[in-house]
Design a protein around this ligand. Structure first.
Ligand SMILES: *[C@@H]1O[C@H](CO)[C@@H](O)[C@H](O)[C@H]1NC(C)=O
Ligand SMILES: *[C@@H]1O[C@H](CO)[C@@H](O)[C@H](O)[C@H]1NC(C)=O
Ligand SMILES: *[C@@H]1O[C@H](CO)[C@@H](O)[C@H](O)[C@H]1NC(C)=O
Ligand SMILES: *[C@@H]1O[C@H](CO)[C@@H](O)[C@H](O)[C@H]1NC(C)=O
Ligand SMILES: *[C@@H]1O[C@H](CO)[C@@H](O)[C@H](O)[C@H]1NC(C)=O
Ligand SMILES: *[C@@H]1O[C@H](CO)[C@@H](O)[C@H](O)[C@H]1NC(C)=O
Ligand SMILES: *[C@@H]1O[C@H](CO)[C@@H](O)[C@H](O)[C@H]1NC(C)=O
Ligand SMILES: *[C@@H]1O[C@H](CO)[C@@H](O)[C@H](O)[C@H]1NC(C)=O
Ligand SMILES: *[C@@H]1O[C@H](CO)[C@@H](O)[C@H](O)[C@H]1NC(C)=O
Ligand SMILES: *[C@@H]1O[C@H](CO)[C@@H](O)[C@H](O)[C@H]1NC(C)=O
Ligand SMILES: *[C@@H]1O[C@H](CO)[C@@H](O)[C@H](O)[C@H]1NC(C)=O
Ligand SMILES: *[C@@H]1O[C@H](CO)[C@@H](O)[C@H](O)[C@H]1NC(C)=O
Length: 813
């Protein structure tokens, strides 16, 4: 018994003097032998010489645990200012709270450059993430090595590409294998646009990465052994950064730009005791990977079995110039009225040197390009990270285009006859036949119209509609008792779909407010025309919602199909959606805790009805704040079943390659494997619950300092018993502590990694309603922060909006 305290204090002694991870004003690091070792003994900071023969010493950070022969440096302080005498160089903290590296002759070789007001007591610590931080006594970080990378990006480090539209950080390769001084190759943002990142060879582009949108390289997930690696790009009004994280939290993974200009993602392979390349650029298998390898109007087809240069549609190899591999138009543009047309190339990495136009709809973007004859192409994408749409226009040459597994539509301007050559040949032969057929049809039609009148044509519409619904397998023998409204009535009700009446926009179309004859207010959802997806979702929604009656589900009143016009008519909810309150600084005050708790319980009941209490099992798949509408009493109603799936019988789980949903709300198994069940809705519900409690958006991680996202933030507070700090400051005073804490714990049990560990909606409703019901103890949630992006089959998914996300394994390319 007596030796226990001795043992403990011994342990304490050992751990406090050995492996010291801190440097204070009282102690200093003296070369050659002193090192600072991070708490978990992962990284070391000290002096090193890259070659035994060379008498140049540097201050740097390396992996402590990796043997001398494989020693891996991740950061160098004085890369261009080596220490030339090996002993008595020191790293100390100056009176001005700066780290100062000076040599034996007392010359400053390197220093941090902060002007802190903190005064005495600043200290430096080496963290297990590999970050060397300089902190004030109260814990405020005033400088960190993660803000000053050399050639390596570590897990959890934010690589700030641009800040306030200026290029921010630069990651620069070593000059040679044993020479850490500033080399030729570097990575940084594109000075002319904050949408791209370049790997530079000197000042010339070597590899171009798209920062955002479907062809982004930086929003992917790939795997090494059993762990997943997430590459996430985050954009806010002011900044755009990239961050790497890994599912197992291991720090033995890094992205390095080596002295040959190769950007490699490396992971430590324990069994082989060496680094394994997970992905690299330029890809060793794709010869045309480097910038503009295929010349003007050519593109690098990385999806081909043997990747090679191709000409864009409507172009042919430019034989006249043997020194470059460019392409030329088969037919020159005429630029007269309708002589030009646009062809769509799907799955493309969009070209360089674009003009980025803001605040354009797709149609406006297309019009902008077709109006201007010098515009050769355009592309359009909705961005998740940036909450805005992106319209890109090109004039003149198209350079550095590619086709990849992840890509987007590129719309190319071509002379019309190139597009329609074959069609017009056919027309020449068949024109007389077609003309006579047309005349015949006109006569028939005129006769029908005359004899039946307008009333009959409505009947035809109705028949058409029934036919439509009969096609749908879900309908089976059910009679759909749903009134049908004709298009004219809706046009009148919505003022011909005037912008003035628009309530909102969604992935599949716009929503308008309408007033029917008799003064009844309705919300009209108008599906975007010509999208095949739309038809499928439309039928799904009509059939589904018509059957569902619950006070927490939005009610479908009627619908309309007219040619390619598809409309759904819902009850009108004057208060709009939850997100317009929750994330609005002024309006959020309306949502006091009582209201929020009522909303939480309402959503839970609505979801329970979908999952269990209706005759079918319905998985919503896109539950989020903007899909929760509020009625006049602020009672919640779940809307937007366009993505819902019905499960028949006892089926519990299904897999899909078409992952739809919204970043942040998607459960890991759904986002990564396409596997969904009622538990994926539970996950989304958990996220929604955290948003309701905290007033923070899941998709704005920048709001939460030092945390990956709202979930990890909530977890860390809850685990440390500080869950109250999560609560929205506007309700902190008024809320009922025990209710809020129960909600946070329930939310954390909903966002657990393992779907089977998440509670069913039935137990959630019970736990919310019964204050004495026992709550499960949640496990730590996954480290999932990735904005999983891209598509498994780009061509199939080309028309999908950004809300639709599918998975991809990032292939080395
Ligand atoms: C680091 O050291 C620990 C034990 O001290 C060992 O289990 C682990 O495998 C080592 N990791 C590496 C990457 O060498
Ligand atoms: C640094 O501070 C110490 C104690 O406050 C003082 O004795 C010393 O002169 C200061 N040195 C410089 C260079 O200002
Ligand atoms: C180095 O310079 C500092 C002030 O710049 C001085 O306080 C210190 O004594 C000097 N050390 C040596 C070894 O010359
Ligand atoms: C240190 O900061 C000052 C003021 O911000 C600046 O003028 C100076 O160039 C910086 N020095 C270094 C080495 O970055
Ligand atoms: C820590 O101290 C500095 C300077 O005294 C001050 O600016 C900063 O706000 C403090 N931070 C915290 C978290 O108290
Ligand atoms: C040692 O390496 C440095 C660069 O790190 C180089 O400038 C210097 O010439 C080398 N010296 C010798 C003797 O090789
Ligand atoms: C980098 O540019 C230099 C010329 O500035 C060239 O000689 C070298 O081959 C380029 N390196 C690569 C990898 O393209
Ligand atoms: C680790 O290295 C071993 C031996 O070289 C190899 O067989 C294994 O595939 C590697 N593991 C991974 C995940 O690459
Ligand atoms: C051939 O291409 C190169 C590089 O694009 C260009 O500099 C040169 O002027 C071209 N020559 C001809 C005859 O078009
Ligand atoms: C879905 O995929 C998982 C593995 O990815 C598999 O275990 C499961 O059986 C699949 N489920 C169905 C219904 O195909
Ligand atoms: C509430 O939960 C407790 C414990 O599970 C149970 O004993 C009690 O009957 C429940 N009350 C109601 C009204 O369901
Ligand atoms: C972008 O979203 C709008 C609605 O907000 C939709 O109409 C459009 O089709 C989407 N575009 C793409 C390229 O996904």
């Amino acid at each position: 018994m007596a030796c226990l305290p001795v043992f403990i204090s011994l342990l304490f002694l050992i751990s406090s003097c050995k492996g010291d991870d801190q440097l204070t004003q009282a102690n200093r690091l003296i070369s050659p032998g002193d090192v600072l070792i991070s708490k978990g003994r992962v990284f070391a900071l000290g002096f090193f010489s890259p070659t035994a023969s060379n008498q140049s010493f540097f201050l740097g950070i390396w992996y402590h645990n990796i043997s001398e022969s494989e020693r891996t440096y991740v950061w160098v302080a004085n890369r261009d200012n080596p220490i030339t005498t090996p002993s008595f160089a020191t790293l100390a903290i100056s009176n001005s709270s700066n780290l100062v590296l000076s040599d034996s002759g007392n010359h400053t070789l390197w220093t941090t450059n902060v002007t802190a007001t903190g005064g005495d007591g600043a200290y430096a610590a080496l963290l297990d993430s590999g970050n060397l931080v300089l902190r004030l006594p109260n814990g405020t970080t005033i400088w960190q090595s993660f803000d000053h990378p050399t050639d390596t990006l570590l897990m959890g480090m934010r690589f700030l590409v641009s800040y306030k539209a200026q290029v921010a950080m630069r990651c620069i390769a070593w000059k040679g294998p044993d020479d850490p001084s500033t080399g030729d190759f570097s990575i940084s943002g594109d000075p002319s646009s904050n949408l791209q990142i370049f790997l530079w060879n000197g000042t010339r582009p070597y590899i171009r990465f798209i920062g955002f949108g479907p062809s982004s390289m930086w929003s992917s997930v790939f795997s090494f052994s059993t762990s997943l690696i997430y590459e996430t790009s985050v954009s806010t009004d002011d900044e755009f950064y990239i961050i790497y994280t890994t599912s197992d939290g291991s720090p033995y993974k890094r992205l390095q730009l080596d002295y040959t200009g190769t950007l490699k993602f490396l992971a430590w392979n324990d069994s082989a005791s060496s680094w394994t390349v997970v992905v690299q650029r330029p890809s060793p298998t794709i010869v045309c990977d480097p910038y503009a390898s295929c010349g003007p109007f050519g593109y690098c087809d990385a999806t081909a079995a043997i990747p090679r240069c191709q000409c864009l549609d409507g172009f042919e190899p430019d034989g006249s110039n043997s020194s470059s591999r460019g392409c030329r138009r088969k037919q020159q543009l005429r630029c007269r009225g309708r002589d030009d047309r646009f062809v769509t190339m799907a799955g493309m990495k969009v070209p360089d040197k674009f003009l980025h136009v803001r605040n354009r709809s797709f149609d406006e973007c297309a019009a902008e390009c077709s109006r201007n004859c010098s515009c050769t192409a355009y592309a359009y994408a909705n961005l998740t990270g940036a909450d805005q749409a992106r319209c890109l226009l090109w004039s003149g040459e198209l350079a550095d285009t590619g086709r990849a597994n992840i890509g987007e539509n590129l719309y190319l301007r071509l002379a019309d006859s190139t597009v329609n050559k074959k069609k017009s040949d056919i027309l020449k032969i068949e024109l007389p036949v077609i003309t006579s057929l047309l005349i015949l049809m006109c006569i028939c039609l005129a006769w029908i119209c005359k004899s039946r009148g307008i009333h009959r044509s409505k009947e035809i519409q109705k028949k058409h509609r029934l036919q439509h619904l009969k096609d749908s397998s879900e309908l089976e023998n059910d009679n759909l008792e749903l009134p049908f409204i004709c298009l004219e009535d809706i046009v009148t009700a919505t003022n011909n779909f005037s912008d003035h009446n628009m309530l909102g926009k969604g992935g599949f179309g716009k929503v308008y407010k309408g007033v029917l004859e008799g003064g009844k207010e309705v919300a009209v959802k108008r599906l975007s025309k010509g999208s095949q997806q739309g038809v499928e979702e439309f039928r799904n929604e009509v059939v589904l919602i018509a059957k569902l009656q619950h006070r927490n589900l939005v009610r479908l009143i009627s619908y309309c199909i007219h040619e390619d016009e598809k409309l759904l008519i819902y009850e009108y909810l004057p208060n709009k959606s939850l997100d317009t309150f929750l994330f609005d600084a002024k309006r959020k005050s309306v949502l006091d805790w009582t209201t929020r708790f009522m909303i939480i319980k309402g959503i839970a009941r609505g979801l329970l009805y979908l999952h269990q209490d209706s005759r079918l099992t319905i998985i919503h798949r896109d539950l989020k704040a903007s899909n929760i509408l509020l009625d006049t009493n602020m009672s919640p109603k779940i809307s937007d079943f366009g993505m819902a799936r019905i499960f028949e019988g006892n089926k519990q789980q299904e897999n899909t390659t078409r992952v739809v949903g919204t970043y942040g709300y998607m459960s890991p198994e759904y986002a990564l494997e396409g596997s969904f069940s009622v538990k994926s809705d539970t996950y989304s519900f958990g996220v929604l619950l955290l948003e309701l409690v905290s007033g923070l958006k899941i998709s704005s991680p920048h709001l939460i300092m030092d945390f990956q996202n709202l979930i990890t933030f909530a977890w860390s507070l809850w685990k440390d018993g500080n869950a109250m700090d999560l609560v929205d400051s506007s309700i902190r005073e008024s809320c009922l502590l025990h209710e809020v804490l129960r909600c946070i714990q329930i939310a954390l049990s909903c966002v657990q990694d393992d779907p089977t560990a998440r509670p069913l909606m039935s137990s959630i409703v019970f736990m919310l309603e019964n204050e004495t019901a026992a709550l499960p103890t949640p496990k730590e949630p996954a480290y999932l922060t990735a904005m999983v992006y891209g598509t498994k089959d780009t061509r199939e998914n080309k028309e999908r909006s950004v809300n639709n996300v599918s998975i991809t394994a990032l292939e080395g390319r």
